[in-house]
Design a binder for this molecule. Structure first.
Ligand SMILES: NC(=O)c1ccc[n+]([C@@H]2O[C@H](COP(=O)([O-])OP(=O)(O)OC[C@H]3O[C@@H](n4cnc5c(N)ncnc54)[C@H](O)[C@@H]3O)[C@@H](O)[C@H]2O)c1
Length: 398
């Protein structure tokens, strides 16, 4: 099976690519390499074999959704320089979007994994990649709630319009076996009391990230109902594990603790999240790709509800750091106090289970960040966009 995996250079996507490699499938990764996309995330999963990169200048400068410009404000020379920095000496093939098909086909003859730098909003590059794929798994998204509060437009462009473009191309592509969309438990909004949302409950997103994910989620459903597109929607809870970008709660707290810097906890830290280890998440996606019933939605949880403050305390304890590092900062506006889902459907119907305890998975994650300091220091030291965002966001919360 050949899977087109969008957003495969990100956190969950790259962990899922690893799973597809273990299963002996081939993967075409389509990723625009935003600040969150990192080719290093893919390197270990292909056992040192080359990642083939189809570089596409046109996609960078004039990505279109059925003729409407959706990107970009940088000039082509600056974009090129940016991309070469991201490629960091990796070999690549350069094509135009519409000519990428043959390049992808040739690469697939010798490689298990083909990487394409491109936008899910670019109809031509999506068509080229679809020509070779049996299944599409859509991870590509802007994913950070805090960023969605400062810059919601990017979330509408990628999470809503990008998903719409993918769906449009897929419905015109005969022979596609499955379109699997990665949604989120955040689409349900706040879970009151002890309640847990089931797949049939209404959705009620409350921030620009979850609202754009909800729009995409319902578009996928609509394409199934209207055009008979064979879809599945997966709604996982908070993922954690290796390769998660430093902006997210667990990596941020680990890295700040390792640097003996303050650990910024929103408000009283009593917000409750369910934590799902990323390897379990990847296994759940694999189950749905292979066995999910067409048209169905599946929640996926870790069944590990924790307050943020207790997660932070566990990290400090494991690293033998003092609680005095915790700094309570101004809360995120509209912060949902609790997310909780019932995932008995995927457990009962597809046999999903979590492989290990939250405590062991958290320990493994912390150990990974300790052992892979080079990976995250590179992001902290070289990502200008990340630095600018952090400054703007935390300036308001001191
Ligand atoms: N991380 C979580 O806790 C969590 C929980 C539930 C659902 N999800 C969903 O899972 C998916 C993956 O999340 P993640 O945490 O791995 O995200 P991430 O931010 O680590 O990765 C997102 C990837 O998408 C790519 N991307 C962004 N815009 C793109 C575009 N227009 N075209 C092509 N590629 C683009 C980025 O370069 C990056 O590689 C997302 O859809 C997210 O909403 C995440």
């Amino acid at each position: 099976m050949i899977q087109l995996i969008t957003g495969g250079a990100g956190f969950i996507g790259s962990n899922y690519v690893k799973k597809t490699m273990e299963k002996g499938d081939q993967a075409i990764v389509l990723d625009s390499l935003t600040y969150a996309g990192n080719l290093e995330n893919l390197q270990p999963h292909v056992n040192g074999r080359n990642v083939i990169t189809c570089k596409d200048r046109r996609a960078l400068t004039e990505a279109t959704v059925d003729g409407n410009d959706v990107t970009t404000d940088l000039d082509p020379a600056a974009e090129r320089e940016w991309l070469l920095r991201k490629l960091d000496g990796r070999p690549y093939v350069e094509t135009r979007s519409e000519d990428a098909g043959p390049a992808i086909r040739t690469a697939l003859e010798s490689e298990p994994l083909v990487f394409i730098q491109g936008d899910i909003g670019d109809a031509k590059i999506v068509d080229a990649a679809l020509g070779e794929a049996d299944v599409v798994v859509n991870f590509a998204a802007e994913t950070h709630v805090d960023r969605s509060i400062l810059e919601p437009d990017k979330f509408i462009k990628t999470d809503v319009h990008g998903t719409f473009n993918l769906l449009e191309r897929c419905r015109r592509h005969e022979g596609l076996k499955k379109f699997v969309h990665i949604s989120t438990d955040e689409v349900y909004g706040v879970a009151e009391g002890e309640s847990e949302f089931k797949e049939t409950d209404p959705i009620n997103p409350r921030n620009p990230y979850s609202a754009s994910k909800a729009a995409a989620d319902r578009l996928v459903h609509a394409y199934n109902q209207t055009y008979d597109l064979p879809t599945n929607i997966i709604r996982p809870s908070n993922n954690f594990g290796p390769f998660q970008h430093p902006e997210k709660l667990i990596p941020k707290m680990i890295m700040n603790a390792l640097n003996d810097e303050g650990l910024p906890v929103y408000g009283d830290g009593k917000q409750v999240r369910d934590w799902l280890f990323v390897r379990d998440s990847a296994a759940a996606v694999d189950l749905v790709v292979r066995h999910g019933e067409v048209g169905e939605v599946y929640n996926v949880a870790g069944n590990n509800e924790r307050t943020n403050i207790s997660v932070v305390n566990s990290i400090l304890e494991h690293l033998s750091k003092d609680e005095s590092l915790i700094k309570h900062v101004k809360d995120r506006p509209g912060h949902d106090i609790r997310y909780a889902i019932d995932d008995s459907k995927i457990r009962d119907q597809l046999g999903f289970k979590n492989e290990d305890s939250f405590e062991n998975n958290l320990r493994e994650t912390i150990d990974w960040y300790v052992a892979n300091e080079r990976w995250w220091r590179r992001i902290l030291d070289s990502d200008e966009e990340f630095r600018r965002f952090n400054e703007a966001w935390y300036k308001e919360r001191r």
